[in-house]
Design a protein around this ligand. Structure first.
Ligand SMILES: Cc1ncc(COP(=O)(O)O)c(C=O)c1O
Length: 367
């Protein structure tokens, strides 16, 4: 029997049917200002290593077919690159998808997640979308006021609650740039007995990783992305590394064809250029150092210690500085009022010539 649609329902606004978790959620905003140099998304501004584009475009793609749902070629190449067996690798449509997948798989009504504000905003957003409870254990401000520490004891105490299933640690941390000590991270992995996801989106810039610890800890997942050092933010590619038994669980909830064929191939090709990327990484860090040193010389500016390709800083009047930089052609990130830090701004490094102009603009505005 065909059900009749009630005429009154047709006039009912869709907002009436929202899940309660979505009611207070705001759509993610990413601002694009034409003509502005983009220093707001922590990307790699350099062009791809020489020959890479040509190699990728010379590949053939069966675009009428679904992609390989298991991303076998990509996972094989990643296995050689990371040393993690193929069955311990899961590719995603950017780390953003993987953050949500982890929560869909292990969170929901019965599985809370711990994270450490101020940190990457998508952890909170993904928790809300998936109906996962959150427990926030804020970072501690170091004595010098320019660095942060993980509250390891606080995290372990919170993790003692049975409802906690996951802990997310961001290392180096976005937006503070902090690199947390390896022993702090491993203590949380060992003592919490919960699933610990270490987001190493900026790990290549800091030259540190806990990937080597995966064989020792079935509860450890390491998350990586091609969006930062590998300069592929547009193609959306991230991956999770862990023990095969844990990765298999995530596959149950993954969309079957989550990474498209072109992106899978780009991920393979990029790994033929790792040395070039490393050289790019060194250049970007040298460039960032120049900006950091210039910021430190400016009056009334707190500059936070960073090991990533961006820096967080707190001038006296952040909103004004943000607007004045836009007027001079630079889009940076206004972080608003961050927990622990207060109102602050974040910028990532641009091309050398852009950075020179940026430093002049900062000196003009803040000097
Ligand atoms: C810490 C962190 N994790 C994950 C992501 C998302 O990366 P992707 O582009 O792979 O979704 C970002 C992007 O800014 C990030 O800062």
């Amino acid at each position: 029997m065909v059900e009749k649609v009630q005429p009154s329902l047709g006039r009912m606004p869709a907002v009436n049917f929202l899940r309660p978790q979505i009611q207070t959620l705001k759509a993610y905003e990413s601002k694009a200002i034409p003509g502005c140099v983009r220093l707001d998304a922590n990307e790699n501004p350099l062009t791809w290593p020489k020959g890479m584009r040509e190699e990728l475009f010379a590949s053939s793609f069966a675009l009428n077919r679904y992609p390989d749902g298991e991303a076998q070629g990509l996972r094989l190449a990643l296995s050689q690159y990371t040393g993690v067996p193929v069955e311990g690798i899961l590719a995603g449509n950017g780390s953003d998808e993987l953050i949500q997948l982890v929560m869909t798989t292990f969170g929901g009504e019965k599985g809370a997640v711990i994270y450490h504000p101020p940190t990457f905003s998508m952890y909170g957003a993904a928790a809300q979308v998936t109906g996962t409870d959150t427990i926030e254990v804020p970072l501690l401000l170091a004595e010098d006021g320019r660095d942060f520490c993980l509250d390891v004891d606080g995290i372990l105490e919170a993790a003692g609650q049975p409802r906690v299933h996951m802990i997310i640690l961001c290392n180096p941390n976005n937006p503070t740039g902090t690199l947390f000590p390896r022993e702090d991270i491993l203590r949380i992995v060992k003592e919490s007995q919960k699933i610990v996801i270490v987001d190493e989106a900026y790990g290549e810039f800091a030259g540190e990783s806990v990937v080597d610890q995966i064989p020792n800890h079935p509860n450890l997942l390491v998350m990586k992305t091609y969006s930062k050092l590998f300069a592929m933010a547009a193609l959306r590619l991230g991956y999770l590394l862990g023990q095969g038994s844990t990765i298999q669980l995530l596959n149950r909830a993954r969309q079957p064809f989550n990474v498209n064929s072109f992106t899978q191939k780009a991920g393979v090709v990029a790994l033929n250029y790792v040395e070039d990327y490393r050289a790019q990484g060194r250049l970007l860090i040298d460039e960032l150092d120049k900006i950091v040193e210039a910021l430190k010389l400016l009056p009334q500016v707190t500059v936070f210690a960073t090991r990533a390709n961006f820096v967080l800083f707190r001038p006296e009047n952040p909103e004004q500085v943000y607007e004045q930089l836009i007027e001079r052609g630079f889009l940076i990130r206004n972080m608003g009022n961050l927990p622990v830090v207060g109102k602050a701004l974040r910028l990532s490094t641009g091309l050398p010539e852009e950075n020179t102009r940026l430093i002049s603009a900062l000196e003009e505005i803040l000097g």
